[in-house]
Design a protein. Structure first.
Lengths: 200, 200
DNA sequence: GCTATAGCAATACAAACGACTTGCGAAATG
DNA sequence: CATTTCGCAAGTCGTTTGTATTGCTATAGC
């Protein structure tokens, strides 16, 4: 047998090159040749790891979702054993806003995929699948807040969760357009959470 | 002189053909030939009215913004002389959600432009310019609500306006992905407005 | 009625695209 | 040491892209 290389590691490297291009010029502006050049490899080598462009796009999307999920997990894990629901929600939200360059890149990539997902059935599945889980998680935190008496009992946890997701997403979208900064966006969500958690 | 045709009317027709394609397949999937075919004209004729593809895209964006602004204006005008701030806000929001097919098409087009705006300086200007005006308008309505005693005095009108814009935008984005329906989205914003306007 | 010109069709063209094929070197196995 | 198979480079293919060019037709003005 000839030499073996770590396929997954190579594919990850290529995916990261794709993100850099998608961030700078958009997903549709990323040709296979561009990605190969950005990754510092030949077109032939890229095609050795991805049989088609579509395969590359799907892999890159799954890869970035994994990384984002892991980042949120780490942040929440750092909160300690018994964190307050408000801190959990604010920590999650903080990870969903383009507060630093890396996160901003992630957002630009996510937006690039979002537009494609609108017209591409397969990608739409990927883009949608994370929402119910996130919504359930947020709703659980709201419910926990109600148990602790920090959230009014007449609030619908499922509705509040959806509101929070949509709100953060909208704030983040305008933040990447420089309509307002990510810090201002964070302040706005924080105010929203203040209201939800009875601090007046 | 030879015969003369109404250039603006032809350009508007071409722009509408572009929207139909952008709605179905995205902006990047719309070639000049596709647009010409959709408009029922030849490529040569299309080029007669738009010297370059970029010129066509910019015109189509400005045209759809004009139409959307006029729709909102009509809806608010139909509210009568002294409408309540809550009704004004809900009416505006209703126009910003993809509740019918025409509105959904408008949203898909807007999304297509949004992604392009992230990477295109000129389009970004167009995409951003409408927000401050809308925010000021919403903030004015919140302030009016405070004067009428319907909104708590410690709410920051500017912040509430930004929250509402971002919230509606996020809800609308997920609505076009079919994560939830536009009707559910409307119900969620309505609940948000209930809270803002002291109905508990 | 001649002419200038707007309107428009048809075609050409270079560039770039994704996909595919071929071929060679290297290395681990037998 | 031979052989097999992976890793990869280079080139080619047909298609599609935006733009440019050419030329015909009809009409308004002189």
């Amino acid at each position: 047998m000839p030499k073996r290389v770590d396929h997954e590691e190579r594919r990850a490297r290529i995916a990261e090159a794709l993100w850099r291009i998608a961030c700078a010029r958009g997903l549709d502006g990323a040709s296979l040749r561009d990605v190969a050049a950005e990754a510092g490899i030949s077109l032939g080598q890229l095609q050795h790891y991805f049989a088609s462009k579509d395969e590359m796009l799907v892999f890159a999307l799954e890869h970035i979702s994994d990384l984002a999920a892991r980042r949120v997990g780490e942040r929440l894990g750092a909160l300690g054993g018994e964190p307050s629901p408000r801190d959990v929600l604010l920590g999650s939200v903080r990870e969903m806003l383009p507060l630093d360059d890396r996160s901003r890149t992630g957002h630009l990539v996510q937006i690039a995929y979002f537009v494609r997902a609108v017209h591409d059935e397969r990608l739409r599945g990927h883009a949608k699948e994370g929402v119910p889980g996130l919504r359930a998680f947020f709703a659980g935190q709201v419910r926990e807040g109600q148990l602790r008496g920090e959230v009014a009992g007449d609030r619908d946890p499922e509705a509040e969760a959806a509101l929070l997701i949509a709100l953060v997403d909208g704030l983040a979208s305008y933040a990447v357009l420089d309509v307002w900064t990510a810090e201002e966006a964070l302040g706005l969500v924080s105010g929203h959470l203040d209201r939800l958690f009875g601090v007046r």
